[in-house]
Design a protein around this ligand. Structure first.
Ligand code: SF4
Length: 250
């Protein structure tokens, strides 16, 4: 017991201070894109043609659908004038699907729940996580939020085993045909009112699997989604940021 205590004292406090202090974000994190239409070569469309998920449109300025984007950087490498780059701004969560379309002004970040729902879930929010055909990338970054470094439970947010004990579901993966029924049954088993969070490009739009016949292009076509967290996978701080915005802690 003494060894454990001395190890704890040596390690010190491990939980990040976010949101009371800015998070430590690795420089290599690809976050909110920076779009400079002023130096974009008109009609070039190299970025659009290089995109594996058709996330880019070039009509009236470059727009990137972060709900489709897998942050692969191909567009940045393809652009002859460096009109595109990714900042390491981790704040990417949005409340509406259309708000995930980034342009030169950025995106409209997620808003907090309306009063009634915030009074219900603002201090205690339990989620059932459903991996609807995910590759485990997003699942791992959700799971890490429950560790001592991020300590999700300090905000009253928990991942629970049963949908009966949950206030909502966190969906990852493009919603494969095999998982659709299980997802719908899990959603129906959660007592109302309930929340739905779509984490990652796959759960938002199908991501790299979009339009494949064995999946459903993510959750937003089959369930009412309250929060979209782009990324492939999103950084844990991006997920945490989105959840805290939802309950009005940011
Ligand atoms: S980083 Fe996103 S927008 Fe750019 S090519 Fe990759 S998927 Fe497309």
């Amino acid at each position: 017991m003494l060894n454990i205590l001395s190890a704890r004292f040596q390690q010190g406090f491990r939980t990040i201070k976010y949101p009371d202090a800015p998070p430590t974000i690795p420089d290599r994190l690809r976050g909110l894109p920076v779009i400079r239409n002023g130096i974009c070569k008109n009609g070039c469309e190299e970025c659009k043609n290089s995109c594996p998920t058709a996330a880019i449109t070039c009509h009236e300025g470059i727009k990137i659908d972060l709900g489709r984007c897998i942050f692969c950087n191909s567009c940045v490498e393809a652009c002859p004038t460096e009109a595109l780059r990714f900042s390491n701004d981790h704040r990417l969560s949005v409340s509406n699907r259309a708000d995930a379309i980034a342009d030169s002004k950025g995106i409209k970040l997620a808003a907090q729940l309306e009063e009634k729902m915030r009074l219900l879930f603002g201090r205690s929010l339990n989620f059932r996580q459903v991996s609807a055909g995910g590759c485990n990338g997003c699942e791992v970054d959700i799971n890490v939020l429950t560790t001592v470094v991020f300590d999700l439970s300090r905000f009253g947010i928990k991942i629970v085993a049963s949908p009966r004990h949950a206030d909502g579901i966190i969906i990852t993966g493009p919603v494969t045909e095999n998982m659709k029924l299980a997802l719908m049954k899990t959603y129906e088993a959660v007592p109302s009112p309930k929340l739905v969070i779509a984490v990652g490009a796959c759960a938002i739009s199908g991501g790299i699997f979009r339009d494949h016949p064995e999946q459903h292009n993510g959750a937003s076509d089959i369930l009412p989604v309250d929060l979209f967290i782009p990324g492939c996978p999103p950084h844990p701080v991006t997920i945490l940021d989105g959840l805290l915005r939802l309950i009005g802690k940011i």
